[in-house]
Every structure is written in structure tokens, then in C-alpha cells.
Design a protein around this ligand. Structure first.
Ligand code: PHE
Ligand code: ZN
Length: 877
């Protein structure tokens, strides 16, 4: 196990001393003794006399140079390094034989087995667990992969690129396949899969008329659940042609769904490997949310073919070059397939729930980090989601045409290269002439900027004066922050709801509906404004900042009813609800009851019942900020019990005032006919389920009975699970029978049982922690499967505010013990669970002290992995 690693710094980047032009890999598969032969065509690229290749837990069997076996004296091989002294100063070949044990590989990095299927995961540094290599993304090689395996247990043999040969190996029960990938790629994009799998096939004809054979592989018997993913893949392929001018480039595109996977999915060239949770879906077993995720992840991995594979990262510091950009692309795709405003609202919710706390805590880092101890820990919401926001701002600043021109140049200029964020931005600078020096700070500077706004209308002068100021709080290693270029999309809303016109603006550059804030503080004066406007700022969430504005409640209620920007209508509701929840929390702590303005409740009812708005949007408006959202906004001295009490009281008050109205709205949403996962139908279900959940919040007997009946009558997983979670989240007695029923219905379906595990883990009651422990001990809980672990332990630590943060510290102790144990088998998943401690310093003193004690216990464990060591160290720092 890698335990001690010196930090890696961006400033220390040096080009590789050698390059590898071609790789011929032969994998002779065997459950616990797989033979790997790697023939590398190398050439010097620097001055070094010695060739140093990296490995991880490897055993070298033999090494040959230009086909002459080296004696043990001519090279040094250890588990994590192979050094060949004084190699020729000309191109040469090196052939290395290693032996590895896929069955024992519980880290799920390198070559491992998932339900008997051989599969690989190489990003970021897994290839070195297969063979010694220059395992870094700026070494691009053409791969030919020869796979041999028993015909009976592994009839399917897959790798990157196109199939060039296959057949039986005479006189044995084995067969072989040879795959050749003509596109040079870094080792992290290598993949191989071998097993006994079912498949569905389709074809896609590209814009220029090329035929592509598509395949989605899965466990036998699950083929029917791959259909939605296949349709989503074809939509994604078409969309990339029209939206970005990007065509697919190989003759085949394969996807394999495996059940043991550390992450969501992986964009290996021509052979994407997926966590089966992001492939398998049907009406019976998947919710609308699942369908949406599948569409998004299928698209994300496909889009990597250009943003990641054809153009890759020079080094791992540039991770956001592919991830932020590809998340932006998949968000745009889903917006075009579904409702743009609803997609934006849900993406912003995710950003605020996952990235904002990261940026405000000990794990804060820039979108492009400058140092890391373990790269696995930088697949973060900051790199992915904030990275996507930065690309979105770039588009806002440059406009659609400018953005597209820059992207076109990027694809044309850097195809086949491993590049940097500077290379990316240079394309936009060159095509549009825009100076992006200040914009670059978004990549370098961590922390969420605070944007404060103050406005005043002068009726006599007909001017509206808006003062905007920005500050970014200090983050670890960055005490002082510079001002950023913040694009603030805005409107000055007049009494009839339309944006008021103005003659001119001074004090900042204003292009179209965007104010460019570039200074710490700027005062913008709009001249010729005919009446007092209500400012609608940061429309569409045009920058990843926290906006504070001292808007009167009546103005916010007005925006909720009348703004032409749907995002800001939603934002107005959230701001009002958040104020009520924060006030309510203070009341709860002082022993008083929380309350909510009737006028706000009525405004919410009006939006929820407004048939002129799409149901999915109305559902979002009714969804209160979560307990975690409130904790984040409070930010210090947090008491999760008080937040929960306030939130429950406010939900009950809403139900008390408009419960029957909510029930009517839900009834009106009933759909007839066959289930369809399309966005419009999903929106109707979402509104019905959220309305009914809220109507039951006060514990009204009829409302609860309606939920129980809905659970039993449901003809799809969306409605059934929604009803069940209403019962579970309210910790009502009815939940016990319903959860048992659910378990009995789906006992044989692991992905559905994950939903059940997650609900069990999020019940807000003292008996939940013992229940979670019991479920872990239960044999049905596969301790090695990341999906099970995340569903149960991840949901408890990340989704159960009151119980993970129990006042007695038992929740913290549980996570500490669990992570310390899991770390020995799967460090990557262990480290990710540990991230749930990231906001510990914001807790009230008693809980904070207990959290710290639990963290210190983990830090004392000897032999921690580099993954877990890194997170615990930074979390405590
Ligand atoms: N690169 C993958 C994606 O975002 C994520 C991933 C990272 C998967 C590391 C596995 C390992 O598309
Ligand atoms: Zn990605």
C-alpha cells in the first residue's frame, strides 16, 4: 500500500524524460495469476541516462531490451518502480512481464473482477497496477491489446479501439481477441473487459455518414434495462455534432456496466466502463431522477471522447480542463433534452449543496489545484461543478458565437495533444480578442466570493444606482484574495413584471444584460429609468458566488410572482424560505416556536398552482432548502437538532395553511396511460410527490393515509419511492411496515435495495445508528461493493444531519471506525466517505469537540492509505 507520498506540485512540472510511441499489451487472464506482457516502443525525450517506470504492487517476471533479456543486475524492480540503467540514446523497445492477481484487487484500481467479470480502471494512476509504465497523462501512445481467456467463462473480450483479430487458441479451452486503437492516448484511458456478459446492440450513422456499431454490455438477464441508456447515447452523439461540431471517430463504441465501481463511470477510449447504477433502468426499478442521471452520465462519458480523450490533460493539475468542460457540456445537453430552467435550478442546488461547503471548509482548493498529496482526492465538486461554472461564465462573457469560435479553435489546434488551462484560454483570447488574465483567477483562487448588492432609486433624477462589491474569504494556503471578473446577469424589473429600459449605464462595463464586475467594488448608475425597479440580480446564477442583498420581503415575493427569469423566481422563493428557516432555527434554540409569514405560504401556493408554469418548475419552488442547506447558510455554531425542529415546524405550518390546496394540485397532476420517463411526465410526478409530501408534513391523518395508499398503488418506482421516503423522513410509525414491504418486494435487486438502504440510513431517529450497524453486520450487505457502502454509510453521514451529528458523538465515532476499517480494502471509497467531516468546524462547540476527537482517532491509525491520510490531515489542519 502506498502510505507515504511527497506532495506533487504544479510548479515542478517537467516534460517526460522518455516518450512511448506504441504499446503492445498481452493479457493472459487468470483469476489470481494474470500474466501481462507489455512491449513498449520508447524514445528519449530528455537527458536522462536511466529509464524509470512506475508501478504499484507489481512483481516483475522478466525485462528485455530490444528483445534481449536483461539480467537481474541490469535493472532494479520493486513493487512501485522499475529502473533500467543506461538505456540507449536512440529509440528502443522494452518488454516487461508482470504477474497480477485480479481477484485479490479490492481497491478496484487496475485490473480487478466484478461479479466474475475482469475489468480495468486506470484513471488516475491505475495503469501502473497492471504494468510498469510512464503512467502520466502527457505520454500518449498507440495501443494494441491482445487478450486471452477461457472461452466458457469469458466469451466477451473487449478493449479500446477496433477489433482486428479473434479466434480460438488451438488445443486449449481458451480464445483470444486483438484490439487496436489508432488514436494516441494516455495510459489512464486504457481499458479491458472480459467476461460472460449480455449485450444490446444498435448502430449510429454520423453526420458525415460513418457507421458506428454500438454495444451496451451487462449481466445476463439485464439487457432489457439497457434500452434507455442506448437511446440516451444516440441522442448525445447527435447533440455533440450539432452543438459542438464533434463527430465520433472509431467504428465501435462500447459501454460495459459493472456492479463494483468506485466512481460513476469512466471515459476509456471507445470502451466506457460504467457503474451499473448509471446504465440499468426500467419503470419498475428506476426513478425519474435515475433516468435523468443515466442520460447525463452517458452523455458526459461520451462527450469526453473529444474533451478528455482526443484532447487530454498535460498533468493532473489540469483535471478541470476535461472535467469542468465536460460537465458543462453534459449540463447543456440535458438542458436541451429537458427543461433548461429546471436543469439549471437542480445544478445550482447540487453546486450549493456539495461545492459551497467544500469551498468554505478545510478541503477548499482552487479549480486548478497547485499541489496534491493524492490525486484520487481531487475528483471533487470544485474541479467538476465549479469547473463547469467557470466554463459557463466564459460563455456568458464571450457570448455564444465567441465561445463557439474559441471551442472550434481549441479542437482544431490541440487535437491529439495533452494541454493546459492556459492553452484552453488562449484559444478564446485569440478568437475574440478578450483579455482573460483576470478571468484566469477563477482557476487559481479557492473560496466562494461574496457578492453584496445595494440599490437606490432616485425618482427625480430617474436614476437607479446599484453598488456591487466582492470579497473572497481566505482559504487554506491562500490568505489574500484578488478581485475576480464576475459576470452579473440582471434585469431591472418594473411593476408589470417586464424589465425596465434605461438610457445608459455608467460605472461598469455592461454588455446586453450582463454587468461585468471586475473591481472590489463598483457603483453602477442606470440613467433614464422611468419608475422604481426591483433588481433581479445574478439571473440564471451567472456566477458561482453567494449574493447578499437586503431586499424587502415584498420585493422578493414580487420577483417570485413576476420575474421573467425563472431561475430568479425560484431563487426568490428560496431566499424567503431560507430567512424563515434561519429565524426559525434561532427561535428553536431559544425555546420558541418557528413560524412562517402567511404571505409567503400563499405566494408559494400561487406558484405551485399556476398552470401557466411547467410542473417541474413548480415542484422546485415547493422544495424547501434542506437541513444541510440551512446549516451551510448559518455557517457557525450549528445545532442540527434546532435546524430540524425549525424546518419541521415550518413545513407543518405550510401544510396547516395550504394542505388541501396541495392535495388538489397533486390530484391534477395524475397521468394516464403507460409510464414514460420523459421530462414533462417526470415533472408532473415530481410536483405531485412534493406537494403530497408537504401536505403530510403536519401529520394530518388523511394526508398520511393518502401517502400509504399511494405507496401501495404506485405503478412506477418514482411514485413508490417518493411515498416511502415521505414516511421514512418523517420517522412515522407507518414507515416500518412500508420499509419492510419494500424490502420484501425487491430483495433480489441490488440497485433497488440501495434505495432502501439509503432510506433506512436517513430516518431522523435515534434508532437509526444501531439500525445502520445491524445492516452492516447483515450478510445481505456486501461489504466490498461501493454502491452498497455509499447507499448505507454515505447516506447516513451525508444525508442524515441530526443522526450523523448526534450530540453524543456516536455518529462521528461510527464513521471513524468504519472508514479506518474500509481503508484497508478500498482506500478511495474510504477517503470519500471521510469527506463528510468537512464542515465539522462549523458545529456548535460540544459536537465540534466530539468530531475532532473522532478525526484524531483516525489520524492515529497506522498504515493509513495515502488517500485517507491526506483527507484526515487536511480536515484537521
Ligand atoms: N473520469 C471519470 C469521469 O468523470 C471519473 C473517474 C475518475 C472514474 C477516476 C474513475 C476514476 O467521467
Ligand atoms: Zn468526467
Amino acid at each position: 500500500m502506498k502510505t507515504e507520498t511527497a506532495p506533487v506540485r504544479l510548479a515542478d512540472y517537467r516534460p517526460p524524460e522518455f516518450l512511448i510511441d506504441t504499446v503492445h499489451l498481452t493479457l493472459n487472464l487468470h483469476p489470481d495469476a494474470t500474466r501481462v506482457s507489455a512491449r513498449l516502443a520508447l524514445r528519449p525525450n530528455g537527458e536522462a541516462a536511466d529509464l524509470v517506470l512506475v508501478g504499484d504492487e507489481l512483481t516483475a517476471l522478466s525485462v528485455s531490451l530490444d528483445d534481449l533479456p536483461l539480467t537481474a543486475k541490469q535493472y532494479e524492480a520493486g513493487p512501485d518502480r522499475l529502473v533500467v540503467r543506461n538505456v540507449p540514446r536512440r529509440p528502443f523497445t522494452l518488454t516487461i512481464e508482470t504477474e497480477i492477481n485480479p481477484t485479490a484487487n479490492s481497491k478496484l484500481m487496475g485490473l480487478y473482477r466484478s461479479s466474475g467479470t475482469y475489468c480495468t480502471q486506470c484513471e488516475a494512476e491505475g495503469f501502473r497496477r497492471i504494468t510498469y509504465f510512464l503512467d502520466r497523462p502527457d505520454v500518449l501512445a498507440v495501443y494494441t491489446t491482445h487478450i486471452e481467456a477461457p472461452k466458457a467463462s469469458a466469451p466477451v473480450l473487449l478493449s479500446n479501439g477496433n477489433l482486428t483479430a479473434s479466434g480460438d487458441i488451438k488445443g486449449t479451452d481458451r480464445h483470444f481477441a486483438v484490439w487496436h486503437d489508432p488514436f494516441p492516448k494516455p495510459s489512464y484511458l486504457f481499458a479491458m473487459v472480459a467476461g460472460d456478459l449480455g449485450v444490446i446492440r444498435d448502430t449510429f450513422v454520423t453526420a458525415s455518414g460513418r457507421n458506428v456499431a454500438l454495444g451496451i454490455y451487462c449481466e445476463h438477464g439485464k439487457e432489457a434495462r439497457c434500452g434507455y441508456a442506448m437511446e440516451a447515447l444516440k441522442r448525445a452523439m447527435r447533440w455533440d455534432e450539432t452543438a459542438f461540431g464533434r463527430e465520433y471517430d472509431l467504428d465501435v463504441f462500447n459501454i460495459v456496466a459493472v456492479s463494483d465501481f468506485n466512481m460513476g463511470a469512466m471515459e476509456n477510449k471507445g470502451l466506457n466502463v460504467f457503474n451499473d447504477k448509471y446504465v440499468l433502468a426500467d419503470t419498475e426499478t428506476a426513478t425519474d431522477v435515475d433516468f435523468g442521471f443515466i442520460e447525463g452520465v452517458i452523455a458526459h462519458e461520451y462527450f469526453h471522447n473529444w474533451t478528455g480523450d482526443r484532447i487530454t490533460c498535460r498533468d493532473w493539475f489540469q483535471l478541470c480542463l476535461k472535467e469542468g468542460l465536460t460537465v458543462f457540456r453534459d449540463q447543456e445537453f440535458s438542458s436541451d433534452m429537458r427543461s433548461r430552467p429546471v436543469k439549471r435550478i437542480s445544478d445550482v442546488r447540487t453546486l450549493q449543496a456539495r461545492q459551497f461547503p467544500e469551498d468554505a471548509g478545510p478541503l477548499a482548493h482552487p479549480v486548478r489545484p497547485e499541489v496534491y498529496a493524492e490525486i484520487n482526492n481531487f475528483y471533487t465538486p470544485t474541479v467538476y461543478e465549479k469547473g463547469a461554472e467557470v466554463v459557463r461564465m466564459l460563455k456568458t462573457i464571450l457570448g455564444d458565437a465567441g465561445f463557439r469560435a474559441g471551442m472550434d479553435l481549441y479542437f482544431a489546434r490541440h487535437d491529439g495533444q495533452a494541454v493546459t488551462i492556459e492553452d484552453f484560454l488562449a484559444c478564446f483570447h485569440e478568437t475574440t480578442g478578450t483579455d482573460l488574465t483576470q478571468f484566469m483567477r477563477w482557476y487559481r483562487q479557492a473560496g466562494t466570493p461574496q457578492l453584496a448588492a445595494e440599490g437606490a432609486y432616485d425618482a427625480a433624477a430617474k436614476t437607479y444606482t446599484l453598488r456591487l462589491s466582492q470579497t473572497t474569504p481566505p482559504t487554506p494556503g491562500q490568505p489574500v484574495k484578488e478581485p475576480l471578473h464576475i459576470p452579473v446577469r440582471f434585469g431591472l424589473v418594473g411593476q408589470n413584471g417586464a424589465d425596465l429600459q434605461y438610457e445608459r449605464a455608467s460605472g461598469a462595463s455592461v454588455t446586453g444584460d450582463v454587468i461585468h464586475l471586475t473591481q472590489p467594488s463598483q457603483t453602477i448608475v442606470f440613467h433614464g429609468v422611468s419608475s422604481r425597479p426591483v433588481p433581479s440580480l445574478l439571473r440564471g446564477f451567472s456566477a458561482p458566488v453567494r449574493l447578499t442583498i437586503d431586499a424587502p420581503e415584498a420585493d422578493l415575493r414580487f420577483l417570485l410572482r413576476a420575474d421573467t427569469d425563472p431561475f430568479n423566481r425560484w431563487q426568490a422563493a428560496q431566499t424567503l424560505l431560507m430567512r424563515a428557516l434561519i429565524d426559525g432555527t434561532a427561535s428553536a434554540r431559544a425555546g420558541r416556536a418557528a413560524s412562517i409569514e402567511p404571505a409567503l405560504v400563499d405566494a408559494l401556493a400561487e406558484v405551485a398552482g399556476n398552470d401557466g408554469l411547467e410542473p417541474a418548475f413548480r415542484a422546485q419552488a415547493l422544495l424547501l432548502p434542506s437541513e444541510a442547506d440551512v446549516a451551510r447558510e448559518i455557517g457557525r455554531d450549528v445545532d442540527p437538532d434546532a435546524i430540524a425542529a425549525a424546518r419541521n415546524a415550518i413545513r407543518a405550518a405550510i401544510a396547516g395553511r395550504i394542505g388541501p390546496r396541495l392535495t388538489e394540485i397533486a390530484d391534477a397532476m395524475a397521468t394516464r396511460g403507460r409510464f414514460s420517463p420523459d421530462a414533462a411526465s417526470a415533472g408532473r410526478r415530481a410536483l405531485a410527490n412534493i406537494a403530497l409530501d408537504l401536505a403530510a408534513a403536519g401529520g394530518d391523518a388523511d394526508a398520511v393515509a393518502r401517502i400509504v395508499a399511494r405507496y401501495h398503488a404506485a405503478d412506477n418506482m418514482t411514485d413508490r419511492l417518493a411515498a416511502l421516503s415521505t414516511l421514512a423522513a418523517a420517522a412515522r410509525v407507518e414507515r416500518i411496515a412500508a420499509l419492510e414491504d419494500f424490502h420484501a418486494r425487491y430483495r433480489d435487486d441490488a440497485l433497488v435495495l440501495d434505495k432502501w438502504l439509503a432510506l433506512e440510513a436517513t430516518v431522523p431517529a435515534a434508532e437509526t445508528l444501531p439500525r445502520v450497524r445491524a445492516l452492516i453486520a447483515d450478510t445481505a450487505f456486501a461489504a466490498a461493493n461501493p454502491n452498497r457502502i455509499r447507499a448505507l454509510v454515505g447516506s447516513f453521514a451525508g444525508g442524515n444531519q441530526t443522526q450523523f451529528n448526534r450530540a453524543d458523538g456516536a455518529g462521528f465515532d461510527f464513521l471513524a471506525d468504519y472508514v479506518s476499517d474500509l481503508d484497508r480494502r478500498n482506500p478511495q471509497t474510504a477517503a470519500r466517505l471521510l469527506v463528510n467531516f468537512r464542515s465539522w468546524r462549523a458545529l456548535e462547540p460540544k459536537r465540534r469537540e466530539k468530531a475532532e476527537r473522532a478525526l484524531r482517532r483516525i489520524a492515529q491509525v497506522s498504515d493509513l492509505s495515502s488517500d485517507t491520510r491526506d483527507i484526515v490531515t487536511r480536515t484537521l489542519a
